[in-house]
Ligand binder design. Structure first.
Ligand SMILES: *Cc1c(COP(=O)(O)O)cnc(C)c1O
Length: 388
């Protein structure tokens, strides 16, 4: 059966040259980077090179990169590491209503310990209004965290503007750039952020490895204590195979960025037009222009996203929907609800996220099959009864 993978926002395939390098660092350069012998020195060289490659992707200095177990740990380290240093009781943090759960569940945990948290509302396109952030800043605010690009709807935030407002008040600023890294040109110095999370498996590297950028002079309290790894910011023997794989994936992403972006945008626009043109009562979610090159999120009225997903899967197409199964019930996405979508529209949403391996043929396969799936589901949908 034909298989078309359009869930690259969930994870991406590891590219062959990256997998090869990982294998080399498992069986050949397997040393502990802390060891002084040849094996250790070889490992250390791999670690240093990867740190330069990852730093290069976002315009950072290698010393400003702390390797973590992924985007989730990087987000946790930013939020909890700043709170542990600056205090929780009587302190205040600002984030947005559409963050990844790695942020939202971290801030909720700190709220239970006494931190005050403001969740900034977003407009119908998923944009944070800088004025709202300006008004939310207080003398006791320790950190603001707003994601660079949203993982569900792809909306890109005005990070430079948001970070500048915080800088002017001496408030630290973190951005979750996990979805944006490898797709958008990112420069931490131009954005002037203090902290940034990125993850390897969203940019064709292995899972279980990511990084937190920590601007020189900015400090966070470590979450894990042990040896003096990562300049005492994250203890534990380094995941060297993961790190070198991440490094190479980051380097290749940087080199390929302009062509990758062009390729993805063309496919995305073809897919969006094909779906909106081919299916009545369908609409695009997220910002029409300020969106990730690979993101196509649509709501299709009178049908359930989950039913569409199952039918697409039967035809070999992998996508995702705006509902998450929490304790046996389908919960509509907090992102779509925050953008003002009704529960029905949120439940009727589909996310197609493209990758470098996708072709126009993949997109056309979706465009030629989805309308039929929707028509059949609408025939049996009580929501659609009596409509055209
Ligand atoms: C995937 C993702 C994460 C989590 O990263 P992991 O490496 O899977 O832990 C965090 N934030 C965003 C926006 C993501 O898309």
């Amino acid at each position: 059966m034909r298989r078309v993978y359009l869930d690259n926002a969930a994870t991406t395939p590891v590219r062959a040259e990256v997998a090869e390098l990982i294998h080399e660092y498992m069986v050949k350069h397997f040393g502990n980077p802390s060891s002084v012998h040849w094996f250790g020195r070889e490992a250390r060289r791999g670690l240093d090179r990867a740190r330069e490659q990852v730093a290069g992707l976002i315009g950072a200095h290698p010393d400003e990169i702390v390797f973590t177990s992924g985007g989730t740990e990087a987000d946790n380290l930013a939020i909890k590491g700043v709170a542990a240093l600056k205090g929780i009781q009587g302190k205040h943090l600002i984030t947005s209503a559409i963050e990844h759960h790695a942020i939202i569940h971290s801030t909720e945990q700190l709220e239970r310990q006494g931190l005050q948290v403001t969740y900034l509302a977003v407009d119908e396109h998923g944009l944070v209004e800088p004025d709202h952030l300006a008004h939310a800043l207080r003398p006791e605010t320790i950190l603001a965290s707003v994601m660079l690009a949203n993982n569900e709807v792809g909306t890109i935030q005005p990070i430079r503007e948001l970070a500048a407002l915080c800088r002017a008040k001496g408030v630290l600023f973190h951005t979750d750039a996990v979805q944006a890294a490898g797709q958008l040109d990112i420069d931490v110095k131009a954005l002037d952020v203090d902290l940034m999370s990125i993850s390897s498996h969203k940019l064709y590297g292995p899972k279980g490895i990511g990084a937190l950028y920590i601007r020189k002079g900015c400090r966070v309290e470590p979450l894990a204590h042990g040896g003096g790894h990562e300049r005492k910011r994250r203890a534990g023997t380094e995941n060297l195979p993961g790190i070198v794989g991440f490094g190479l994936a980051a380097e290749l992403s940087r080199q390929e960025l302009p062509e990758r972006r062009e390729h993805l945008e063309a496919l995305r626009d073809r897919l969006v037009q094909g779906i909106l043109g081919g299916i009545s009562h369908s609409r695009l979610n997220g910002h029409p222009q300020l969106r990730l090159p690979n993101n196509c999120n649509v709501s299709i009225e009178f049908v359930e996203g989950e039913s569409m997903l199952l039918n697409l899967d039967l035809l070999g197409i992998a996508a995702s929907s705006g509902s998450a199964c929490t304790s046996g019930a389908l919960e509509p996405s907090h992102v779509l609800l925050a953008m003002g979508l009704s529960h029905e529209l949120a439940h009727g949403s589909l996310r197609f996220s493209l990758g470098r391996q996708n072709t126009a043929g993949d997109v056309d396969y979706v465009i030629s099959t989805l309308p039929g799936i929707v028509a059949r589901l609408r025939e049996i949908s009580p929501l659609h009864a009596g409509r055209e």
